[in-house]
Every structure is written in C-alpha cells, then in structure tokens.
Design a protein around this ligand. Structure first.
Ligand SMILES: [Zn+2]
Length: 116
C-alpha cells in the first residue's frame, strides 16, 4: 500500500494495512514541506523464537507508533526523532510495517518457560 506525499495536505489521511496476523492502522499528517508524521497502532501477533531455548512463540503486539516520514533525504536539524526516508515521492506502508516488525524481532524475547 502506498500514498503519495503530495496527497497529504492539511487534512490527515487515514490508512490501514493488514499484514500476516498484524495490522498497522492510523493516519499520516503533514508537518513541514518535507516531513509527514505517521501516528498509528501496530496490533497483532508476530511469530518469533525464544532467544534462550529456541522454542517458537507468538509475540502479542499492541504498540502505538509515531514516526516521521521524509520525502527524500532528511536534512532537518532534529537528531533525536525517528525518521524514515522515502525516495520515490510515495510512502510505502509495507516497508514501514516490515521495518517495525524487524525492529521488534531484533529485541530479545523469551518464552514463558524461560521468562522468570
Ligand atoms: Zn524459551
């Protein structure tokens, strides 16, 4: 699913993207000429393996997200904000979903047996 940066003007644009057992839904709103703010909730399940014993487990996800999306390379001066850059003039929501799922998976997770 994609939305062109140009289409996001003064009014926010709602979106909903269904992945595998997971849903990213919310809205995008214009912040500056080059920046759009995404406010969304990531809700669902992610299959993962326990980082201690290797058993499969399902992570229950219910995470509010706030990410800035940049139309091209981000040249702003704020360093401590989360910015994702897109180079084709369109926001690719699949890419956002993938990157959030990957970032959750990159944390350590333990199954109920290993969790103390
Ligand atoms: Zn385990």
């Amino acid at each position: 699913m994609e939305i062109a940066f140009k289409k996001i003007a003064k009014e926010s644009v709602d979106f909903e993207l269904l992945g595998e057992n997971i849903k990213l839904s919310g809205k995008v709103l214009r912040k500056t000429a080059d920046l759009v703010l995404l406010k969304a909730d990531l809700v669902g399940q992610i299959s993962h393996i326990c980082d201690r014993c290797g058993d499969e487990l399902d992570l229950e996800i219910n995470e509010p997200l706030e990410i800035f999306l940049s139309d091209g390379i981000y040249k702003g001066e704020i360093d401590d904000i989360d910015v994702m850059e897109f180079y084709d003039g369109v926001i690719d929501f699949n890419e956002i979903l993938q990157s959030e799922v990957e970032s959750i998976k990159s944390d350590y997770h333990y199954c109920s047996k290993c969790k103390i």
